[in-house]
Ligand binder design. Structure first.
Ligand SMILES: [Zn+2]
Length: 406
């Protein structure tokens, strides 16, 4: 599969005057230009100056509450930010009156078939908002997973808004599969729960005594330790991401992975319904093993692949951004792309990456919208691509195909 080699990922020749290829300009780029501040995209400054809403609301596990729900094409997981623009009179006034009572809403999305509401969602807390010229600008942060109760009526309020009754889902505390058989008198001398798998291996002498009483081989119990999965996920993830950007906390890592790795909608929905970080990490480690291509959703042409993905934002490689029309785009940032044309002139208006010009990218074969090229004369990197997940389809390669790519 020589056509998927790194060298083939090039830029559009039409725009050669603005962009110089990485290979010829690499040294210059290292010497000049300031590095882009990756805190900026998550600040969503393009929304303008918003008023801060204070508070940090965490509901009790199992609590049942009636909340306003917003239906978008994207999913946001606990800890990540969603920007929203509401520019219809109906959505704006409904949202405004709800926010006066409570600054929490639920983010919901479509199920695997795209026809019905998926039964799991995430509570979102509004932390900044402002109303200007009949438009409501919001920023909200994901807090807790929740489940829509099927027995309760879903009330449609118009636009993307609904009123739903949800049950807050618990995030279980970590435990070890051998914890309940540990003698209390030995707890302080022989710790059995480790945040770091290397520490667990270091104290394996004691663990071996403990495991001797169980019927299965020791690796069965080792593979039910959260630290085992954190360790092995990190080993795989450093192939694609900078080590310092990968969270070590198991819960955060399990959500960070869903937000940042190139998963298809069905895979993300499946992970969303898993109750504990251990269950999620087990599935995620399996998902990590296959190389993935990002292809045009309409004609299936390859646009880029997982190994080209890089982080331009503190939140990671994949974040949600909003355009002036109120449409939320889930965008993944990549170093290189191919098979695209640039359309129209570069613009700085409403730029998601402050200081960068954006130009619309279309699929070279079918002219479908696949994202934006971002370029700057003074920031590092000079050029990158923000691909819209809604215009892309993930193609999972078979194992032998992945080897050919390497
Ligand atoms: Zn296409």
């Amino acid at each position: 599969m020589s056509d998927t080699s790194d060298d083939d990922y090039s830029d559009d020749p039409l725009d050669a005057d603005i962009h110089q290829s990485n290979s010829t300009n690499e040294e210059d780029e290292q010497q000049e230009g300031e590095t882009f501040d990756t805190d900026l995209p998550t600040a969503h400054k393009y929304l303008g100056k918003l008023n801060t809403v204070s508070g940090y609301t965490i509901f009790d596990d199992g609590e049942v509450i009636e909340l306003l729900a917003i239906h978008t094409k994207t999913l946001v997981f606990p800890g990540f930010t969603l920007p929203l623009v509401m520019n219809t009179q109906l959505e704006q006034s409904t949202m405004d009156s709800f926010l006066k009572k409570c600054n929490i809403f639920v983010l919901v999305c479509a199920d695997e078939m795209g026809s019905r509401l998926y039964k799991y969602g995430v509570t979102m807390e509004v932390f900044e908002s402002v109303s200007q010229n009949d438009t409501l600008y919001l920023k909200a942060k994901g807090r807790q997973r929740c489940k829509i109760l099927p027995t309760k009526e879903i009330q449609h309020l118009g636009g993307r808004l609904q009123k739903v009754t949800v049950k807050i889902l618990a995030e279980p505390a970590f435990t070890s599969p051998i914890a309940c058989t540990q003698l209390l008198s030995l707890c302080s001398r022989r710790p059995h729960l480790f945040a770091n798998y290397k520490d667990l291996l270091r104290s394996y002498k004691y663990r071996r005594y403990h495991l001797a009483q169980f019927p299965c081989a020791s690796w069965v119990y080792d593979r039910n330790e959260v630290s085992f999965y954190v360790e092995h996920m990190l080993k795989q993830l450093v192939r694609f991401y900078l080590k310092e950007n990968i969270p070590l906390d198991p819960v955060t890592l399990s959500y960070w992975f869903i937000q940042n790795f190139q998963l298809c909608h069905e895979e993300r929905l499946h992970l969303m319904k898993l109750d504990s970080a251990l269950e999620r990490l087990k599935v995620e480690l399996r998902l990590l093993e296959r190389e993935r291509l990002l292809c045009c959703i309409l004609c299936k042409t390859e646009i880029t692949r997982q190994s080209q993905v890089f982080a331009m934002s503190k939140d990671g490689v994949q974040s949600n951004y909003c355009n002036p029309g109120g449409h939320v785009y889930e965008t993944v940032t990549v170093v290189k792309a191919k098979n695209f044309n640039l359309v129209g002139n570069p613009s700085k208006e409403f730029s998601w990456f402050p200081g960068y010009w954006w130009t619309i990218m279309q699929c070279r074969l079918c002219q479908g919208h696949i994202g934006w090229r971002f370029s700057s004369n003074h920031l590092q990197p000079r050029t990158f691509y923000g691909l819209a997940k809604s215009g892309l389809e993930i193609r999972i390669l078979a194992k032998n195909q992945s080897n050919e790519l390497d």
